[in-house]
Design a protein around this ligand. Sequence first.
Ligand code: UDP
Length: 239
Amino acid sequence: MQKYLKKLYKNSKDNYYKELDKDLKNKKKRFIITVNPETLMMSEKDEELKNILDSNYSFVPDGIAVVKAARKLNINVSERITGIDIAEHLLNVANTNKYSMYLFGAKEDVIQELVEKIKKEYKNIKLLGFSNGYVDDKEKIMEDIVKLNPDICMVALGIPYQEKLIYKHFDKAKKGIYIGVGGSFDVLSGSKKRAPKIFIKLNLEWFYRIITEPKRLKRFWNSNVKFMFKIKKKSYKKS
Ligand code: UDP
């Protein structure tokens, strides 16, 4: 687990955004993996996900738990960089520079609402296509996306499906930023509310998500709580 925390992006969010902007300008390719306790805990039982984490893609600290865990193990990660923040940045930068984009994931009404919003508020984005995330043949959609060669591809299918799907097809991509953004389309479309700013500022976004969606509690226990115990044990052994 420590070796994965070591691979996290350590600099500030602004610097990370600058790297993304540069990649887009130079038509480079990048696969962004948002690392949170769920990703790390799942990888212990999921060989394919473990292979992804063993790769050299672009890992960002998605959440306060991984930032704190890294620091506990003397890995100096400066701040959290969440999937939804990156998604918002990509929408803005794509709008400013007329970049092309493909959106894959979420329920049909959610993706429709998001597309409407993009057409209204991000008029300059070249939307090459979109699909809900409940189609039978997700591989085919991903193959088509790669052929369309977008500057940006956001996949919102949840962990670990989004990462696995991108991983399988990313080699064939000529350029583009590919990222799994989890439930971001639900929030960006306006179907779900993101936590109020004060929760975000106090690093309590996870708490807001639990109180507004109590069914998340089990997931939280199995990922975050078990993860924290694991890190505590590791740092205790070190000291
Ligand atoms: N989803 C999907 N297809 C599926 C399963 C899930 O498109 O087969 C979508 C779901 O509608 C939601 C996202 O994937 O928009 C997962 O959201 P969740 O809040 O669970 O992700 P998190 O942000 O917690 O990683």
